[in-house]
Design a binder for this molecule. Structure first.
Ligand SMILES: *Cc1c(COP(=O)(O)O)cnc(C)c1O
Length: 305
């Protein structure tokens, strides 16, 4: 698959800042999103391992599981999805996972690790299963966003612009780790990459990103100063939102025609605006990475009106 998502300028300006969006939601596979870029690398690895089953982990609303289930169908291999039974609800993502013929293995949250291990052991008796961590976490997931960072650099060069900030919705932090790794590789010292946490709290959330960087560079350098992971705009947790987030989603939809969602991109876009206000950021070039999750926009459409 050939990737290169567009970067476009938004109409809105807050605090005299100029806003741009990189449209990872337009990645050309199954409604796009950052999980496509990651999954493409994991499936390349899966094929070179001659694996014939894929196993992964994710909730019923997981974009990752939608993408993995579709890629498994495309590669004509069986897909198992380990999913926590707590809070399970039908979403467009879970319906598509079913449509692609993936098997869902529901398990209590505190048994997830055991269930993954048991599923893998069972499958190994007859198959060569390949395991992908939840959200596409790991070096290949990081690499996917080092690649995306190269596209951002290319855009900067061609358009004679420097992004002072990159903002994004951060979950497992893999996407953010990839962008930061790209920034470090290119010695881009002044740029700040700000992850707006959609669920995890610090110090854990930040530490996972630092660990991803250490693993990626196979080094013991302390990357602490490179990692800005903001846990202030989580609301009550994963999937929780407030009326300001819905207002932000409507604004971006009405004025720029871009559909954000309350779980990830809408929450992060709102968090970005708050962060800019609270930190007095003015007159900068700001790139927002639209990490996708388009099916979640439709799950939340009713709440918008
Ligand atoms: C998974 C996901 C994220 C978070 O990505 P991480 O690499 O896990 O931090 C952000 N936005 C959307 C739409 C996602 O599906």
């Amino acid at each position: 698959m050939l990737f290169e998502t567009p970067i476009t300028r938004l109409k809105e300006e807050y605090n005299d800042n100029r806003f741009y969006v990189k449209r990872e939601d337009l990645l050309p596979f199954c409604f796009g999103g950052n999980k496509v870029r990651k999954a493409e690398l994991f499936f390349g690895d899966l094929r070179s391992n001659n694996s014939d089953v894929v196993v992964t982990y994710g909730s019923s609303s997981s974009n990752h599981c939608r993408i993995i289930a579709n890629m498994a169908a495309l590669n004509n291999i069986k897909c198992y999805i380990i999913s926590p039974e707590e809070g399970y609800e039908e979403t467009y993502n879970s319906k598509m996972v079913g449509l692609f013929g993936a098997s869902i293995v529901k398990t209590p949250l505190d048994c997830v690790a055991d269930t993954i291990e048991k599923t893998m052991l069972d499958l190994k008796k007859r198959y060569t299963p390949y395991f992908i961590k939840g959200g596409g976490h790991g070096n290949l997931g990081t690499q996917a966003y080092v690649n995306a960072y190269e596209e951002i650099l290319q855009y900067e060069k061609e358009n004679n612009i420097c992004f002072d900030y990159i903002f994004l919705a951060s979950g497992t932090g893999t996407t953010q780790a990839g962008l930061i790794a790209g920034k470090i590789k290119n010695k881009n010292i002044t740029q700040k990459i700000v992850g707006i946490s959609i669920a995890r709290k610090n110090p854990y959330g930040r530490q996972v990103i630092i660990d991803s960087l250490k693993e990626y560079f196979n080094s013991n350098i302390n990357y602490e100063s490179d990692v800005i992971f903001i846990d202030k705009y989580i609301c009550e947790g994963y999937g929780e939102y407030n009326s300001d987030i819905l207002g932000t989603i409507k604004d971006v939809l009405f004025f720029d025609g871009i559909a954000l969602n309350a779980t990830y991109t809408g929450k992060a876009f709102w968090g970005m605006k708050k962060y800019i206000e609270e930190n007095g950021i003015k007159n900068k070039n700001i790139l927002f990475l639209n990490t996708g999750g388009t099916p979640l926009f439709f799950d939340g459409l009713e709440a918008l009106s």
